[in-house]
Design a protein around this ligand. Structure first.
Ligand code: XCC
Ligand code: SF4
Length: 668
């Protein structure tokens, strides 16, 4: 057994998830390491942690640790910190956007009939996209439209001048702010390259100016690459609407072949899903002694297949190693992003085959089966067959008996429909509920797990506190999976956790008080919701006027900083947990908060303690309510409908229902 670090934490300090605790106790006994134990052994580098390490040229690297110290070139701590932040935003934007690019090429191949197994599943969304992008649809076959839309999307990446097309989706006032500041993205790739250029040795050395470009690159992600990813994923795999599924390690099956898909893209995982119901492969599994084939996911590939097909999720980021440790995973199939290099080594203790599939991602020790959309189904079948071959090699399994029911799948299209019902589909009911104070405000809880803090603790704590305060939550990524584990993604959760006003709204619509909107690229759905809320009227003329906050309490990836940047540039107040990566520079920390708030109405702050996050969130929401002239939040006013039953509401005429629920008759 390896020597234990003095700082080894208890299972409860490592994770609040009972499934994780159970596996971690076993792993400690066996001397098997994980990100949890490695984080204890590896203290974060203090110079990197606060942004004061510069390694952009080889006169350095320079570590600026003393007051007033500069690098060999004379670079100040402000410049170094701003450059580090901007480079992280560039990497994050590049990753999201490149994912979008690959989907655009998949749509192109599909529309040309060259992508095996794929089809256009949401032709209506494709048509709406076509109209938006100026592609004629009248009398044209859907595939032809698909080719043109794909090409338009692909051209956004290499576009050099002008404005990205999806910028048009933003509120008028917002576009004016961006245009006046000169931060409207010209092309997706261009803004990322621009950051890499201007942060090279000897270029832009004005921290505020560097950070303006971070906003621009962030916007090219949020209103560009990620938006392309969401839109085309919906076109190819269907626009999500609520369905029932399960979350956590308990979704793995002792007597079936278990295949986990992990990473970010829906492209291959959708084909693997199709292959798992192939009768030939099911027979083959039976031959090998398995009762069937179970597919489950990790991270955002999981979110993609969960919100569209109801494929269960085995967990979020810090569950990737734990899943293998159950001994029940026959193959872990990964595509891109958030895949720990530890997986192949770890898998050697078990029978699990780790399979990399992206042309961009190879990991030493993993089997590489390169994905090619032209032969997608054949490749998916080959992978499933490999997993089945591993099944007889399984040793003892330890699947924690822990899983929760969830109802995910809230696209902005569905929210629009859900709140108004079919007779009045619009955001009016949501706006009215916020205006009346039934819903105090909206918080988007997104982002990762981070072993530097207790897994899921902050996600869970914030969800509970915010629901109690009648804050509606919208979630994506690993935060959404955390909410699933603790039961927040169910209609019943409103009865247990929500304050009186939010509970009324949830009861009336049957919606959960926490809405799972998809993967990390689907944060663009949240931008769309905010824009539609603005357009609906009554909550200001721009996103920064809406009583809303974005949080990523357990973030770890560069993509999280890209998301934070575009959300702030779009007008949102963003609070990040863990630690401030710009801590070495008060100036940079101030530019991102006070500076950006003056410029664009949104800002990024880093707050370590979840209690303080709650305070700042509620304070911000109440200030925004006041600025809009809305009534102050008074929970005592609501809750009379607390014992209404669904049937009684359904018996009312639409007008009576409207009156009862929203305090005003329909049609005004
Ligand atoms: Fe990765 Fe998207 Fe973070 Fe989860 S939340 S750890 S980025 S999978 Ni986006
Ligand atoms: Fe040092 Fe300047 Fe080179 Fe950075 S750019 S490593 S501060 S000399």
């Amino acid at each position: 057994m390896p020597p234990k670090s003095k700082k080894a934490r208890t299972p409860e300090e490592r994770s609040i998830d009972p499934a994780a605790q159970e596996i971690l106790i076993w792993a400690d006994e066996e001397g098997i390491e994980s990100a949890f134990s490695r984080a204890e052994q590896m203290a974060p580098c203090p110079i990197g942690a606060n942004g004061s390490c510069c390694k952009v040229c080889f006169m350095g690297p320079c570590r600026l640790t003393k007051d007033g110290q500069t690098g060999v070139c004379g670079a100040t701590i402000e410049t170094v910190t701003a450059r580090n932040f901007a480079r992280a935003v560039a990497a994050g934007s590049a990753s999201h956007s490149d994912h979008g690019r690959d989907l655009a090429f998949t749509l192109l191949a599909t529309a040309k009939g060259e992508a095996q197994g794929y089809q256009i599943r949401d032709p209506f969304k494709l048509k709406r996209l076509a109209e938006e992008l100026g592609v004629p649809t009248e009398g044209r076959p859907i595939d032809e439209v698909g080719v043109d839309v794909a090409e338009k999307c692909i051209s956004m990446f290499g576009q050099q001048t002008g404005e990205l097309a999806f910028i048009e989706r933003a509120p008028e006032k917002r576009k004016e702010i961006w245009r006046n500041l000169g931060i409207v993205p010209r092309g997706i790739d261009r803004e990322v390259v621009d950051i890499l250029h201007r942060t090279h040795m000897g270029d832009d050395q004005d921290p505020e100016h560097i950070l303006d470009q971070a906003m621009r690159a962030g916007l090219s992600d949020g209103w560009g690459g990620s938006m392309v990813a969401t839109a085309i994923s919906d076109v190819l795999f269907g626009t999500p609407s609520p369905l029932v599924s399960k979350v956590n390690l308990g979704v793995l099956k002792d007597d079936e072949v278990n295949i986990l898909v992990h990473g970010h893209e829906p492209t291959l995982s959708e084909m693997i899903l199709a292959a798992t119901s192939d009768p030939e492969l099911l027979d083959y599994a039976e031959e090998k002694g398995a009762k069937g084939i179970t597919l489950a996911g990790i991270c955002c590939t999981s979110n993609e297949t969960l919100v569209r097909q109801g494929v269960p999720s085995a967990g979020n980021f810090l569950h990737q190693e734990l899943a293998i440790m159950t001994g029940a995973v026959d193959a872990m199939v990964v595509d891109v992003q958030c895949i720990m290099q530890a997986l192949p080594n770890l898998a050697e203790n078990f029978h699990t085959e780790v399979i990399t599939t992206s042309p961009k991602v190879k990991i030493t020790g993993a089997t590489h089966i390169e994905f090619d959309e032209h032969y997608a189904l054949d490749i998916a079948k080959e992978i499933v067959r490999k997993a089945i071959d591993r099944y007889p090699e399984r040793g003892k399994t330890r699947i924690p008996d822990v899983s929760s029911d969830v109802v995910p799948g809230f696209s902005h299209e569905y929210i629009n429909y859900m709140l108004g019902g079919s007779y009045r589909a619009s955001f009016r009911p949501l706006n009215d509920a916020i205006m009346s104070g039934r819903i105090r405000g909206v918080v988007a809880d997104v982002g990762c797990n981070n072993p530097r803090t207790t897994q899921d603790f902050s996600h869970d704590y914030l969800a509970r506190e915010l629901l109690k305060n009648d804050v509606l939550l919208v979630e994506t990524g690993c935060g959404a999976i955390a909410s699933g584990k603790y039961g927040y993604l169910l209609g019943e959760a409103a009865m247990e956790w929500a304050g009186p006003g939010l509970r009324e709204v949830c009861e009336a619509t049957g919606m959960p008080p926490v809405l799972h909107m998809g993967s990390c690229v689907d944060n663009t759905r949240i931008l769309t919701v905010l824009t539609q809320v603005v357009e609906e009227g009554g909550l200001g003329e721009d996103i920064d006027e809406v009583p809303a906050v974005g949080i990523a309490p357990e973030w770890m990836s560069e993509k999280a900083l890209a998301i934070a940047s575009y959300a702030a540039a779009s007008g949102a107040y963003v609070i990040m947990g863990i630690n401030n990566p710009n801590d070495a520079s008060e100036v940079v920390t101030d530019i991102l908060s006070r500076g950006w708030e003056e410029k664009v109405g949104g800002k990024i702050e880093f707050v370590v303690e979840p209690e303080e996050m709650v305070e700042r969130i509620l304070d911000h929401i109440d200030k925004k309510r006041e600025a809009l002239g809305l009534p102050a939040y008074e929970p005592e006013k609501f809750g009379r409908s607390g014992d209404w039953r669904m049937e009684e509401i359904m018996d009312l005429t639409p007008e009576e229902r409207e009156e009862a629920l929203y305090g005003q008759p329909a049609g005004d």
